[in-house]
Design a protein around this ligand. Sequence first.
Ligand code: PMP
Length: 371
Amino acid sequence: MASRSSAEAAALRSAPGFSFSAAAGPLPPEVAADVADACRPGAASILSLPFTSPAFRRLQEEAEACLRRLLAIPDRFRVLFLAGGASAQFALLPLNLLGPARHASYVDSGCWSRRAIAEARRYAEVSIAARVLGAVPDVAVWQVERRAAYCHVTSNETADGLQLRDFPALPVPLVADMTSDFMTRPLDFTRLSLVYAGAQKTIGTPGLTLVIVDERLLGRARPETPRVMDYAAQAAAGSRLCTPPVFPVFVAHRMLHWIEAQGGVAAMAGAARRRSDAVYAALTEGEGTYTIPVDAAHRSHVNPCFRLADEAETEHFLHAAEVVGLHDLRGHPQVGGVRVSLYTGVADAAVDALVAFLRAFARGHSGLGAA
Ligand code: PMP
């Protein structure tokens, strides 16, 4: 039998409200309707579309063409549509990119870069190019080993609320985990050699990871790399060496076209900026109630993280938010505090309701029913 608190949580969640989940983002209503329609049982259902069919090949080609338009991806980059999450890439990167080298450089900027580092250490001698504690050290003081096969950064630390604003020009190929800010900022492919991102936060549903890789980095996989995980083999097979994640590719196709219709990456970047600014402004106004651990210059435009000045108030805050329909605000288990995730499909109305709640809570819990 469900405990009282989980029954209460289920009841609260079934009422109208908004999710700010960090794990996966909502689809915009028109995309969600399109996806639901495509799942209807029948011969045309996307759920049974063979990956070997011309229809799937066309879908994947259209998704890639749209992605290339949106990010201005140069021709020499290949786009891979791979199964498995971004965590799988933590291991696949060193397997694919080390070649004869033994060294890789990593920027340690928080929770997710540390997971990538731990996995890379199984294959490579990892040196830390820079350590980020609240603020990002200037690239002039990064120590990137010249013998490193690549340098890895996490462009947006989802759990810590910290974002690297610029991709530096480095003497070795730059690799970026963009799982939580993909498509929310333009990319400079003169500086980046490989970008990877799980789809579930900003372009759809779990199960698909995109890898955008400079073809000059292909063909370096260690001999023991499983073939389906070898970037060069997948590139040669059009990402169809094994069954690709057909349904998430379909959703990503729809999301990418939706982003294009909204005005592209510039529009997404503008929205991320405007929405996160509104959240940070409310937090700053409520200074005695909230604290923001990240330096102002590096605060994430996608995952604002904060703490209650009186940490003992955190549970009360989270419960009061749920009561007014604002869900999934609990910080990452390793970090604590509160986290707001403003992924592509989060409605402006959700952000407005949250900002009103933050203000009301800071004013001494007055007007909490209004959000
Ligand atoms: N990198 C970042 C920046 C993330 O936010 C996440 C997931 N929250 C991952 C990697 C891991 O993704 P997955 O769970 O899909 O493997």
